[in-house]
Design a protein around this ligand. Structure first.
Ligand SMILES: Nc1nc2c(c(=O)[nH]1)N[C@H]1C(S)=C(S)[C@@H](COP(=O)(O)O)O[C@H]1N2
Ligand SMILES: [Mo]
Length: 323
């Protein structure tokens, strides 16, 4: 498969680049966007033709009230940092994709809900978000590349989507799929990647309180580089499970094969639960570099969310739960 010789490029370990280099990269990007430190990060998209993007059309839903059950022991990552250092391979296999991602048109944005459900349907994002109970949660995020951040997401529990979608009792997994539009997302012209990006969880994981569908961040509609208009946040798993810009949600009895698993099953598996004691084949997972501060801190089992999720994995000890 042609991906083999590209491998060092797509999965360059974060630990191979210095915090200084990353910081310089962000600074250069922010300068390019005409953003000054401390100011709002990205200007509203200049492309809001055709009745505007989802963000402008749903701005009135924000801010949502914060759910105090989901707070954290770490400072929030400044918005100008987290929104200028992203993994979104559809727009390039590097972190400075924020500007390119502004080309994504998020209105209209239809989401298909299909597979093992009472009644398959397609719903516009803006209709869906208005039916869902929005709240803000502060979540940690731990990328498999050993960096981390802390973000105030706004969204709704995945369990609320389950109640809306009405899967049948035959459903065992939820499969998520991102848009596929190489004309807009230049990374999707790189045919050695198995587009579209796919992720999946078990029904039990989907029903867990922590599983969250994100529609906003920093008390505003979601910026495009974060995966507008709808992305997942699974804070106890490596970041690649938190799929962006979801177009299709399918209930199935077959374990989905995710994007990264398809590329390198030995490195990125279905479960991908955070565990400092199970190294990635090419680097340690014991510690993580905190975005912005550059501080190195110990990584925690399940990214610190063990009390909420450890029971999901009882009896599955034989499986590759931690990659
Ligand atoms: N569709 C899609 N979703 C994606 C990715 C991607 O490349 N494409 N990258 C993943 C990875 S590796 C991480 S760490 C997070 C990054 O989210 P952020 O850019 O909001 O920090 O998005 C995840 N979701
Ligand atoms: Mo990641």
């Amino acid at each position: 498969m042609p991906a083999i010789h590209r491998r060092p490029r797509w999965a360059l370990a974060e630990s191979q680049s210095t915090p200084e280099a990353a910081f310089e990269g962000r600074r250069a990007l922010l300068k390019g966007l005409g953003v000054v430190a401390g100011a709002a990060v990205l200007p509203p998209s200049g492309r809001a033709q055709d009745g505007g993007d989802a963000a402008a059309r749903t701005a009135g839903l924000y801010p949502a009230s914060r759910n105090a059950a989901y707070t954290i022991d770490r400072p929030l990552t400044p918005e100008e940092v987290s929104s200028a250092y992203n993994n979104f391979y559809e727009f390039g296999s590097h972190k400075q994709i924020a500007r390119a991602a502004q080309a994504l048109a998020t209105h209209p944005w239809d989401i298909a809900i299909d597979g093992l459900v009472e009644k398959p349907l397609t719903i516009g994002f803006e209709d869906l978000v208005r039916k869902m109970p929005l709240e803000e949660r502060l979540y940690r995020h731990r990328c498999v590349e050993a960096w981390s951040m802390t973000v105030p997401w706004t969204g709704f529990p995945l369990s609320a989507l389950l109640a809306f979608a009405k899967p049948t009792s035959a459903a065992r997994y939820v499969r998520f799929e991102t848009f596929n539009d190489p004309g807009v997302a230049g990374g999707q012209k790189q045919v050695w990647y198995p587009w579209p990006y796919v992720e999946g969880v078990t029904m039990e994981e989907a029903a867990n309180d922590l599983a969250f569908l994100v529609t906003g961040a920093y008390s505003k509609p979601l910026a495009k580089q974060f995966g507008a208009p709808l992305r997942l946040a699974l804070p106890w798993k490596y970041g690649f499970k938190s799929i962006k810009s979801i177009r299709r949600i399918t209930f199935t009895d077959e374990q989905p094969v995710s994007f990264w698993e398809e590329i390198a099953a030995g490195e990125y598996g279905f479960w991908a639960n955070v565990n400092p004691e199970v190294p990635h084949p090419r680097w340690s997972q014991a510690e993580e570099r905190v975005l912005h501060t550059g501080e190195t801190v110990p990584t925690q089992l399940f990214n610190g969310y063990g009390p909420e999720v450890a029971a999901l994995y009882a009896g599955r000890e034989d499986e590759a739960l931690y990659r």
